[in-house]
Design a protein around this ligand. Structure first.
Ligand SMILES: Nc1ncnc2c1ncn2[C@@H]1O[C@H](COP(=O)(O)OP(=O)(O)OP(=O)(O)O)[C@@H](O)[C@H]1O
Length: 566
């Protein structure tokens, strides 16, 4: 006899067989009755109708609901196209020489109102536009709107990092803006041949090019299509504003140095600045043009004495008070070296690294050097400031454009070289290292960082490849008091070596008093100069002593006694 349990099992198996193949019912919050609902024939028909895919529709690009996406720093995982998000469920087909977009559902298509509103926000880039799509006024307006948008975006980015760095932030934004102009990563160019007069079919070549990477260009598909001259619409005249700059930047970014050189404004060879050229005959026409434009008709004392020595490659220790023109005293030698190197578009190592103790000073130095560099053959993104409080990613991106001059505070610089051996190796290959306001750089807070930096740079320097095993050091400070350089005490030579070292310190030219000599000796040990440094003191103590006048103050006996009372 079959047991009740077995009966139940058999019944269950039968039920399971019946339900097999049916789609499982999705669970909702509501309780689902175990009894399957019967669906009327008409309702079932409606559901079937809803599931039928819409017939494919051909639409123009403006009708698609494109969304802008940020282009990431690295393009490895980037799936967008020219800063636009890919739209799923849309196919592209070339019909009569034009790209047609085939959509399968209406939710990918914009309404007329939406199309109108997006026409005023054309994305950045040299996109060619159809005349009927937008007139010149609209184009100008959209560009202005977009510029404002850019600022907002950048401000937002910096705001996330640190608000208080306003001044420096602005300066980096300027650099970044210049770089963005120069290297807007993806570009669409439409090169069209002139339509022939005899109404023959003309070939239109559409090439997608990447400005940044010549290799990318080879991988980009070229679409050749046949078009009649009627089909080729005249291009809208782009705004003239900044066109020359854009063309120049494009040439430079593409590495077409020869054509770019022709586009560059040449320096004035007839600049007459004898007060500069007499003590410093090595100055280039670029620098002289810049100095003349800035109205700097003669060098300051520290500039006159430092620049010629530094241009010869000698290490320099300069003593000059604040506001004496130290920035150009080291800035001009770096600039001249960078200009003479020539192949800056291929060289990926910096010419000079300038260390400053504070972000404000770094920013000030950068601004000052930018003023002069703009008259040189060096590109606008030749100077990069690396300081804390600003986006490290942004700074890394700027380093990708191979700047010639790095201005840094020790903390951020150390962070970057500890993060990437590639960056450390590049920086270690520098020709010149400047320590501005050395007394402050070698005090608490910075001393340990600078110590590590020097060690890393020394270790990473690819000596076999470089002409010189050591970089040139330019050290500036308003004072060489032992109190301020106290940290160097720990690196003081051992007593037995003291006499030898003392002799070396005395060899430093015009080293002045014993205290200065001792500080210089300690500095030499820390910075490991490549040559005997030239000590240039533009405010020696005897200058101050000369200004002290002997005076007699007549006073009575009582006052005199008060004076000598201990
Ligand atoms: N040869 C020159 N002729 C005229 N003005 C100059 C000259 N060189 C520099 N200056 C101007 O002098 C000012 C001070 O220069 P700079 O900032 O280089 O001084 P500094 O010694 O570095 O001072 P600080 O220690 O404050 O940075 C700047 O405004 C700069 O534009």
């Amino acid at each position: 006899m079959v047991s009740v349990a077995k009966k139940l099992v058999l019944q269950k198996q039968k039920e399971l067989k019946k339900t097999k193949g049916k789609k499982p019912i999705k669970k909702t919050g509501k309780s689902v009755s175990s009894k399957p609902k019967t669906i009327s024939n008409s309702k079932a028909a409606k559901i079937v109708k809803k599931q039928t895919p819409t017939a494919p529709k051909y639409v123009t690009s403006e009708k698609l609901s494109w969304k802008a996406v940020d282009i990431p720093d690295t393009l490895d995982d980037y799936e967008g196209f020219c800063g636009l998000e890919e739209i799923e469920g849309v196919d592209v087909k070339i019909v009569n020489g034009r790209a047609q977009f085939i959509v399968k559902s209406d939710d990918k298509v914009r309404s007329q109102e939406e199309i109108k509103s997006v026409k005023t926000s054309i994305p950045e880039g040299d996109f060619e536009l159809d005349e009927e799509d937008v007139n010149e006024d609209e184009l100008k307006k959209s560009e202005e709107d977009h510029e404002e948008g850019d600022e907002d975006e950048d401000n937002k980015e910096d705001g996330e990092e640190e608000d208080k760095e306003v001044e420096q932030g602005e300066e980096n934004e300027e650099n970044e803006k210049a770089n963005n102009e120069k290297l807007s990563s993806e570009k669409m160019k439409i090169i069209e041949k002139e339509p022939s007069k005899n109404k023959k079919k003309t070939k239109t070549v559409t090439t997608l090019t990447s400005r940044n990477n010549a290799d990318d260009e080879q991988d980009v598909p070229t679409i050749e299509t046949e078009q009649t001259p009627e089909e080729i619409k005249p291009k809208v005249q782009k705004p003239k504003q900044n066109i020359k700059k854009l063309q120049e930047d494009e040439l430079l970014a593409n590495g077409d140095a020869f054509t770019a050189a022709q586009e560059l404004e040449l320096p004035d060879d007839n600049i007459n600045l004898p007060k500069w050229t007499k003590p410093i005959p090595q100055l280039s026409a670029f620098t002289l043009t810049g100095l003349s434009k800035l109205g700097f008709n003669k060098p300051t004392e520290i500039q006159k004495k430092t620049i010629p020595v530094a241009l010869e490659g000698t290490d320099v220790i300069g003593k000059a008070i604040t506001g004496s023109g130290k920035t150009l005293a080291y800035g001009i030698p770096i600039m001249e070296k960078a200009i003479s190197t020539g192949n800056w578009e291929t060289q990926d190592t910096p010419t000079g690294i300038i260390f400053a103790p504070t972000r404000e000073l770094a920013s000030q130095v950068s601004k000052h050097l930018q003023q002069l560099i703009k008259y040189s053959s060096l590109p606008t993104n030749s100077i990069v400031t690396l300081t804390g409080g600003l986006s490290i990613q942004k700074q890394e991106r700027l380093l990708g454009y191979n700047p010639r001059i790095i201005i840094a505070t020790p903390g951020r610089f150390l962070e970057l070289i500890e993060k990437s051996t590639d960056t450390a190796t590049k920086f270690a290959s520098t020709d010149i290292v400047v320590f501005d306001e050395a007394d402050r750089l070698l005090q608490d807070g910075h001393f340990e960082e600078l110590d590590k930096i020097l060690e890393l740079l020394n270790n990473y320097r690819p000596k076999e490849k470089l002409q010189s095993k050591k970089w040139q050091s330019l050290v500036f400070s308003a004072t060489f008091s032992k109190d301020l350089f106290g940290k160097l005490d720990s690196t003081k030579p051992k007593p037995e070596a003291k006499n030898n070292k003392k002799r070396k310190a005395n060899e430093v030219e015009e080293s002045g008093d014993a205290e200065t000599a001792e500080v210089l000796q300690m500095l030499g040990k820390k910075l490991r100069f490549r040559s005997k440094p030239s000590f240039i003191d533009v405010n020696p103590t005897d200058v101050v002593a000369d200004k002290i006048i002997e005076a007699m103050i007549p006073c009575g006996n009582q006052e005199r006694d008060l004076m000598f009372k201990d």
